[in-house]
Write a protein that binds this ligand. Structure first.
Ligand code: AAO
Length: 512
């Protein structure tokens, strides 16, 4: 028995931190609101050939359908049951996607909404994505089934039943987050239903989970649920593999609930990363690129082995969640590429690339009144397919940041330099920096307002390399700038402050 407990503990403490990515792949992409059929095709035609490790998908569970406002993206964060039909497709399409992505070595991570069901004002009826009846007033969700006994309300001590004060840990975890009916996860029955849902997905072949709203769940309850999860499906993963767990906890400092309460259970989303990097790249608050020399733990972030990092996410790119105005998104494309390029070159954390859709912003006093708008849709809230243009960009208002040459090529860069230490740091004390990753890759950025012309030690073997930002290596030719590295490892770099993309990246596989 003791041995069993020890083995279980060891399993928990070592395994859930690995994204289980295959063959040297290192990054995840969030294909926010994509249909399962489109993700399956994207795995085969783009993600696998370009070395992406996996996809975070939008919640696959049955959700409420909201018509006022008209089919907002956030309706999917209001579960009605754990049946697998959603705006992205039905269970068969989900299964087909998981199978096809796994078959080309691209993992699927499910966004698991397990803290709550729909909002208390969600009404009663069959306005749900599989058409299952529910009653939010009486807290009945027969599709699971859950009844009023399975919710936390009796434990919440605020007058409104809502979280009123983030400084009160009990409120944050026992009361309703923005009106969402809060599940009683200390109940064995509720834990069982949640674990059944996650285990069904594991059997279908998913590699792990983004767990939504973890700040609002007690770590002990989460630990119990994770402990009930099966190992990954051995059709695709080696025997004994644990599901990758990355938990959404917004910890920018200043609240009693800390990310560190969750880092023993799995990785945690590091929200400081995008908020601070946004300030640096925008040069706000006197920040400079040269200050990034001790980026990571040196900036008060969690240990690298615990962190899931990103420049923006589906919340803070539209003013939800946290991070504030500094967050960079595709709307600021030039700075966004610099930030994403830096993230993918730097060794800290497991990296997640965002892939968005365009919507009509309506910013009034710094707030987007259209922050609710759902994915590109035809009438009735039917999500439009992701079409691919002849130049490999996406149509139908899908932004596909992961297909931008600079970002796609930096995903490859990260794979090529995987495991190499940060090396040969250089900066000008201002906004020009450069660093290498052992003898495998080198990046140099000019975010100053004047041009750069500098010779630096790259740490790379001598030869001619193709810059993967201004172009890329195609066969034996280079469509971008060429960089000549001498036998001493030194190379000259010229970057004008007015270059479209003021950075250069070269690596072992871009050698001509
Ligand atoms: C919708 C409607 C609501 C309605 C509700 C129920 O918008 O008006 O009441 O339905 O009918 C998403 C949307 C919500 C949506 C919900 C359900 O964002 O608008 O509500 O679906 O449809 C907190 C949580 C965090 C959460 C985040 C949005 O801690 O877990 O809020 N993110 C996840 C998902 C998200 C989803 C849910 C959870 C729910 O990623 O998409 O909601 O499933 C502070 C706290 C944070 C807190 C934020 C926002 O942040 O620290 O924990 O996040 O406030 O309330 C500074 C501080 C920073 C602070 C920030 C903002 O930056 O440093 O700490 O200011 O004040």
């Amino acid at each position: 028995m003791k041995l069993l407990i020890l083995v279980t503990l060891l399993g928990l403490s070592s395994a859930q931190f690995s994204p289980n990515t295959r063959s040297g792949r290192t990054s995840i992409v969030h294909l926010f609101e994509w249909r399962w059929a489109d993700i399956a095709a994207e795995c085969e035609r783009y993600l696998a050939p370009n070395g992406f490790g996996g996809v975070q998908i939008s919640p696959p569970s049955e959700s409420i359908v909201v018509t006022n406002p008209s089919y907002p993206w956030w309706q999917r964060y209001q579960p009605i049951s754990y049946k697998l039909c959603s705006r992205s497709g039905n269970e068969n399409e989900l299964r087909d996607m998981i199978t096809r992505c796994n078959n080309v070595g691209v993992n699927i991570y499910v966004d698991a909404v397990i803290n709550h069901m729909c909002g208390s004002g969600g009404g009663a009826g069959t306005h749900s994505s599989c058409g299952t009846y529910f009653n939010a007033n009486t807290k009945e969700f027969p599709g699971v089934p859950y009844s009023a006994l399975d919710f936390n309300d009796s434990k919440c001590k605020t007058g409104s039943g809502e979280i009123e004060n983030y400084n009160d840990v009990n409120q944050v975890r026992n009361c309703r987050l923005v009106g969402l009916l809060d599940l009683a996860l200390e109940k064995d029955y509720v834990r069982g239903k949640v674990a059944d849902y996650m285990n069904k997905l594991i059997d279908m072949g998913v590699a792990g989970f983004r767990v939504d709203a973890c700040k609002h769940m007690w770590p002990g309850d989460l630990s119990a649920i994770y402990g009930r999860l099966k190992n990954l499906n051995t059709k695709w993963f080696s025997s004994g593999s644990r599901p990758f767990i990355f938990q959404e906890v917004i910890d920018l400092g200043g609240e009693p609930i800390k990310a560190s309460e969750y880092t023993g259970l799995g990785r945690v989303t590091e929200f400081k990363y995008g908020a601070k990097l946004g300030n640096v790249v925008r040069k706000w608050n006197g920040e400079k690129l040269s200050y990034l020399k001790n980026w990571g733990e040196g900036w008060g972030m969690m240990p690298t082995g615990k962190a899931l990092v990103f420049v923006d996410n589906h919340d803070n790119q539209r003013g939800h969640g946290a991070g504030g105005a500094s967050i960079l998104t595709f709307w600021d494309a030039r700075l966004y590429k610099i930030a994403t390029g830096f993230m993918l070159a730097h060794p800290y954390g497991v990296t997640r690339v965002m892939s968005s859709y365009r919507w009509n912003r309506n910013i009034v006093n710094g707030q987007d009144r259209n922050d609710w708008i759902g994915p590109p849709s035809s009438s009735g809230g039917v999500t439009k397919p992701v079409t691919i243009n002849s130049d490999s960009t996406c149509g139908n208002d899908w932004v596909c940041e992961h297909r931008w040459r600079q970002i796609k090529n930096m995903v490859i860069f990260r794979n090529v330099v995987n495991g190499q230490p940060l090396s040969n740091w250089w900066d000008n004390g201002n906004n020009m920096i450069a660093f290498g990753r052992g003898n495998r890759g080198f990046i140099i950025i000019n975010n100053d307002t004047w041009s750069m012309d500098i010779t630096l030690n790259t740490g790379l073997p001598g030869g001619t390399y193709c810059d993967v930002i201004s172009g890329q290596k195609e066969g034996s030719r280079c469509t971008g700038k060429q960089v000549t590295v001498g036998s001493d490892g030194r190379a000259n770099f010229k970057i004008s402050n007015s270059d479209q993309d003021p950075f250069i990246a070269i690596h072992a596989s871009s050698k001509l």
